[in-house]
Ligand binder design. Structure first.
Ligand code: RUG
Length: 842
């Protein structure tokens, strides 16, 4: 390998001698070797990880050239910008995406080949940037890709967590969490901006002072930190546009307290640094303690404050103090309630710092902000205790009180026709500050209400979810401002989630459609419908799936040491572990399948459809029940996978540390994927769209985006089961009389009786779905159980008819056009942001 690479570099250097004069003109092998030599002090005999770093630092220069060009263009044009404020960006790896999006894949793959490396293995050495928990953070990442691809002037703003999403390991089948130390080997995909930093304050006191005869409010924080900007260029595909994700790192105001150090107080000398750095240290610290809660609010304010100051300072550099035109130049999308403190912060900056009067500032603020709701789960709709807010952000608490006074006063006028009792009830129900229903002593700030009142547009993320937002969660507000409420069904980037993670399928599609334009215009995938029943096309389609299954089988072998039957149906459920997502229901059906297989004669077994079931996902560290579900998966897998009677017909594996990169391997290999949340609980789901794009059939409930996916794919092509969202409330009321299926009872007895060991540990799990009399089984697993087993039988029957299965598989990809995040972003740009494309010249 060393000889190969020395020869390749020497050969390339000959050309380099004549073309040198800019990083972009140095041939890739030379550039990679140079990067390794001069940045890392390495000379030959590189590992794949070395080759990754050399390649990444080389690609980075081209990325930055494109970034600079784009931003020069945007500076000149001064278009309106969209700023996507999000506490999470789940970016995953960058190398593959960057070389593909910049059109450099061939050049770098060749360079690495000449040097004796394979791009795929080299790319595998990159650590995921996991600055997000799940769907919401990944959606933000897909949106950035689409914004850049569509040439929309827009940036993401978030936090540069030092430790991202924890690494999940299994110890004896139980989840353990390890820190995600992702920055230790340097990050080639970011640029530290030493000239972009802002002060962010916390705590302290608020005073009124007279300045030039005018009363002004002065907030003197008791603690200040510096927000330091790091830019992460975001390359669009098939365009010269490279936009930006600006992430903030928290630093102390003073580097080091030398006085304390000299006086021998070493701990105090370091204190400021530690306190400041804690703010951007960890993604969503466990918020079950008051300290944890405070830190989370601190994080939210930290990045919002820095981002708004940053935007205003750029605005002022061009437009001075003509703030009335701010809404023509900037708009902000609040990704869930996490950045909602922006409502109060923009008011503070405009009123206290810039001296605007309240009403003018309020008009500007509400024109600039928009809010996306991503959940119906009450526990995820953030509410901060007034006490916590007042202590940490005393001025913001005052501002929120004034906003609420104005709002409730306006409401009183608006609802003037109602009887006073009814009016008071309605006002109390919509007050931004309200009592904690579980603790009358405590007052809460309802961040969703603040977001609705402070925004121009409010949207849900799938049609059914937007209806639930309008009809239930925010119905009072909807009745008052019906036109504020919109739907923007989520989407995913077809680049990362089809073209780059499944290049074999992408090549087949391009070949068949005679164009690769579908990558940017996914509606063109509909052209595949014409080939859905074509035998020779089906054979090619199936060959790609088989190759991807072989890759996943190799991964299972690497992790679990087992060979799996690659002819089996690959059945996948990957997502955060949560009771509402019902991985538990999946495990129950697997146990049922196992028991049926055990009872079968050899003759019957020969007719059974073999399955390899894979479950993956992380449980929040404080989410006890979710951790028990993981243990149930591993315990059931331990029994099933070793049973000589059934192991050729059924396997169950838990794949640890599910993340973006793992998804890129799993999804192309999947034949059946499970999206089985209780109807009305999953706002949208986005992995369902990724599976669909890759020709994977779906078994699912009538929930979230499953519904629209079914409509686009053909409802008969989807295995739909279970109760509907409209029935849920009634069914919950009727729990006490619910008669469980005898098969369900049998499974409960099995788990409780220790069929999979650990029976004490599984007891709460059994109880959680089993004692209907006390209203358990909130997510109605028992109600859907029989229908789910039936749907699974349909799956088996369909899989036996491979021609039909393949036809459906092709119909899924063909029907996935709607679920490109390009479509979603176009809708946001047109209906909410009013931002227009602005493309630099190539
Ligand atoms: O749970 C939702 C998903 O249904 C949705 O697809 C995704 C993107 O819209 O957001 C997820 N989500 C919601 N993640 N966090 C929350 C609540 O903060």
């Amino acid at each position: 390998r060393r000889a190969l690479h020395v020869a390749a570099v020497a050969e390339a250097e000959k050309t380099a001698a004549t073309t040198r004069g800019g990083a972009a003109s140095v041939p890739a092998p030379v550039d990679i070797a140079n990067k390794l030599r001069y940045l890392f002090g390495r000379n030959g005999d590189y590992t794949n990880a070395d080759a990754y770093h050399g390649t990444a630092w080389s690609v980075r220069e081209k990325l930055i050239d494109s970034f600079n060009k784009t931003h020069e263009h945007w500076r000149k044009e001064d278009p309106k910008f969209i700023y996507y404020l999000s506490a999470e960006f789940l970016m995953g790896r960058s190398l593959t995406n960057t070389v593909y999006n910049l059109g450099l894949q061939g050049e770098y793959a060749d360079a690495l080949n000449q040097m004796g490396y394979e791009m795929e293995k080299v790319a595998d050495a990159e650590r995921d940037a996991a600055l997000g928990n799940g769907g919401l953070g990944r959606l933000a990442a897909c949106f950035l890709d689409s914004m850049a691809t569509l040439d929309l002037p827009g940036w993401g703003y978030g936090i540069r967590y030092k430790y991202g999403m924890f690494k999940q390991a299994l110890k004896n089948g139980y989840q353990i969490e390890q820190p995600d130390i992702w920055l230790t080997s340097g990050n080639p995909w970011e640029v530290r901006r030493d000239d972009v930093k802002f002060e962010v304050g916390f705590g302290g006191r608020v005073e009124r002072r007279k300045v030039n005869g005018k009363e002004v409010t002065v907030w003197t924080p008791s603690e200040k930190v510096i927000a330091q900007a790091y830019d992460n260029p975001i390359p669009g595909f098939d365009t010269p546009t490279t936009s930006n994700l600006r992430l903030w790192d928290a630093m102390p105001l003073t580097e080091f307290d030398l006085g304390a150090f000299n006086a021998g107080d070493y701990d105090r000398a370091m204190l400021d640094r530690e306190r400041a750095e804690a703010i951007s240290a960890v993604l969503y610290p466990n918020d079950s303690t008051p300290e944890g809660k405070e830190l989370r609010l601190k994080q939210q304010y930290f990045f919002v404050c820095a981002s708004l100051q940053d935007v205003l300072s750029r605005f002022k550099a061009v437009h001075g103090t003509a703030f009335e035109s701010l809404p023509d130049k900037a708009c902000f999308q609040l990704n869930d309630t996490h950045p909602t403190i922006a409502v109060a912060e923009l008011m503070r900056l405009l009123v206290d710092v810039e001296g605007l009067d309240w009403d003018q500032a309020w008009t500007i603020t509400t024109k600039c902000l928009n809010y996306t709701n991503h959940t119906v789960m009450p526990e995820a709709l953030e509410k901060w205790p007034v006490k916590v807010m007042a202590k940490m952000l005393p001025r913001h608490m005052e501002i929120i009180e004034v906003i609420n006074e104005g709002w409730t006063r306006w409401l009183a006028g608006h609802l003037g026709d109602l009887k006073s009792e009814e009016r008071a009830k309605r006002i109390a129900a919509m007050s931004i500050i309200h009592e904690n229903p579980w603790n009358k002593e405590e007052m809460l700030v309802n961040m969703a209400y603040l977001a609705v009142v402070g925004s121009s547009a409010v949207n849900g993320v799938a049609a059914i979810h937007s209806n639930i937002v309008k009809d239930e969660i925010l119905n009072d507000f909807y009745q008052i401002f019906p036109s504020k409420f919109q739907n923007k069904t989520n989407g995913v980037t077809p680049r990362r989630w089809l073209a780059w993670c499944n290049p074999e399928l992408a090549a087949l599609i391009t070949d068949t459609l005679g164009t690769s334009e579908w990558i940017n215009d996914t509606e063109k995938l509909a052209g595949l419908r014409a080939y859905a029943s074509d035998k020779s096309f089906q054979a090619k389609w199936s060959a790609v799936k088989k190759a991807k299954k072989a890759k996943l089988a190799a991964l299972i072998k690497k992790i679990h040491g087992d060979d799996v039957n690659q002819e089996a149906l690959f059945d996948i459920q990957i997502k955060r572990i949560h009771e509402y997502k019902r991985q538990y229901l999946n495990v129950l059906s697997i146990i049922w399948r196992y028991k049926q297989l055990k009872k079968m004669s050899p003759e019957e077994r020969r007719k059974a459809v073999p399955r390899v079931c894979v479950i993956g996902g992380k449980a929040a560290s404080a989410y006890d029940m979710a951790k028990r579900i993981i243990r149930l998966v591993t315990a059931v897998g331990d029994v099933i996978n070793r049973d000589p009677d059934t192991k050729d017909l059924l396997r169950l594996y838990f794949l640890p540390d599910y993340n973006v990169s793992l998804a890129e391997t799993i999804i192309p290999a999947a034949e059946l994927s499970q999206h089985i949340s209780t109807a009305g609980t999953e706002a949208s789901g986005t992995s369902n769209m990724k599976f669909q794009m890759n020709g994977c059939l779906i078994i699912g409930t009538w929930d979230g985006a499953n519904i629209e996916i079914a409509e686009e794919t053909g409802v008969d092509n989807v295995f739909v089961f279970g109760v509907r969202a409209e029935e849920i409330n009634q069914l919950r009321k009727e729990r006490k009389n619910f008669k469980t299926d005898p098969r369900w009872d049998e499974l409960m007895r099995d788990i409780e009786g220790g069929m999979f060991g650990d029976k004490d540990y599984f007891k709460p799990l059994v109880d959680s779905v089993n004692n209907m009399k006390v209203g358990n089984d909130w997510f109605l697993l028992a109600n859907d159980f029989a229908a789910y087993l039936e749907a699974q039988e349909e799956v088996d029957a369909c899989y036996k008819d491979q021609a039909e299965w393949l036809r459906r598989s092709i119909m899924y990809t063909a029907g996935s056009g709607k679920f490109s995040s390009d479509r979603t972003i176009r809708e946001y740009a047109e209906d909410i942001w009013h931002v227009k494309p602005s493309r630099p010249s190539a």
